[in-house]
Write a protein that binds this ligand. Structure first.
Ligand code: MG
Length: 330
């Protein structure tokens, strides 16, 4: 590590992942330890997920620090996801972060989860000023930096794209992503579903309902999977393309859990090429929720003094990315 580099520990706990990471201001991720809560049936139960997080926290913390090769006294700050996310899950991570910050007498850093997805993407792919497509189980938005913030160009009006695909897979009995996409590869024909781009925004709940009813009416599961994935990815690509056209930026960055989708990458890649732009995709390790992204965003914030007092560190389940002043950008 470079002399004088800042080292920050980050805690992620917005939804099903409890993650701990360590990052340093010379741009290195020193450790990234993540534990994922997997419900035996159905979707995430917020309180059960929070209990999972509390249970795995000590082990994840120990493993993370030992992999990073730093002792707890060498940390310069403690960062945590302050929102958006599920209240009980956020509070569990925040409580651990506050306890560490108070007992170690280190600054506490409240990080926006969505901004952290973008910043770890910029760090590990090396792109500088992209149009960002952030798609996951809980979030779907297109954003780009302008005048001090990540501005939202388009977003979902109801459920997230990842949630739509996961929910379909679970209800159809094949399980969440990547199952619907893998099944789509075996399709023989395309089941047409409603395409719902409204202005710059997207809507997925009607498509989910329509896909489930096609299945009930006897359409082949593979064919519905193809119709569903192609429709969802086309909508995302269209909205991203319009943001690229509008901003004239030359980079497109794909982040969030759905960045693991091969087909979505293909579509975005083709679109970017036609626009004379380049697609950057966050690697799998940093695609889903993870502690390292919170640690890295913590480094960025600490380096420009963006810390909070414990008394003001209340979690914000509905926080937006454009609530954050991005002072470190450049
Ligand atoms: Mg996320």
């Amino acid at each position: 590590m470079k002399e004088g580099a800042l080292v920050v520990l980050g805690i992620e706990s917005t939804a099903h992942t409890f993650g701990v990471g360590v990052a340093s201001s010379d741009g290195r991720i020193l450790a990234n330890e993540n534990r994922v809560y997997r419900p035996s049936k159905g979707g995430i139960h917020p309180r059960e997920a929070a209990q999972h997080h509390a249970r795995v926290a000590p082990d994840a913390l120990r493993a993370c620090l030992s992999k990073a090769g730093v002792s707890i006294s060498e940390l310069d700050g403690i960062a945590f996801s302050v929102g958006p996310g599920l209240g009980p899950c956020l509070r569990t991570g925040a409580t651990i972060a506050r306890t560490l910050a108070l007992s170690l007498k280190k600054p506490l850093i409240a990080v926006n989860h969505g901004v952290a997805h973008i910043e770890v993407g910029r760090l590990v792919t090396g792109c500088r000023d992209p149009v960002v497509l952030y798609v996951a189980g809980g979030n779907t938005l297109v954003a780009a930096f302008s005048a001090g913030r990540y501005r939202v160009f388009g977003e979902t009006l109801d459920i997230a794209a990842g949630n739509c695909l996961d929910a379909f897979g679970i209800k159809a009995g094949i399980g969440p992503m990547p199952m619907p996409e893998l099944m789509a590869g075996k399709a023989r024909s395309f089941v047409r579903l409603p395409y719902a781009v409204k202005g710059m925004d997207v809507s997925f709940s009607g498509i989910l309902t329509a896909a489930l009813s096609k299945l009930k009416q006897g359409a082949a599961l593979e064919d519905v999977c193809l119709g569903l994935t192609e429709t969802v990815y086309s909508m995302l690509t269209e909205v991203t393309e319009r943001a690229v056209a509008y901003t004239a930026k030359r980079e497109v960055l794909l982040v969030g859990g759905l960045a693991r989708s091969r087909r979505l990458r293909e579509m975005l890649e083709a679109m970017a090429k036609e626009r004379g732009a380049e697609l950057y995709t966050v690697p799998d390790e940093y695609a889903g929720d993870n502690g390292a992204m919170i640690a890295w965003n913590g480094v960025l914030q600490l380096s420009c003094g963006m810390v909070v007092e414990v008394e003001e560190s209340r979690v914000r389940p509905r926080m937006r990315i454009d609530d954050v002043e991005v002072r470190w950008f450049g």
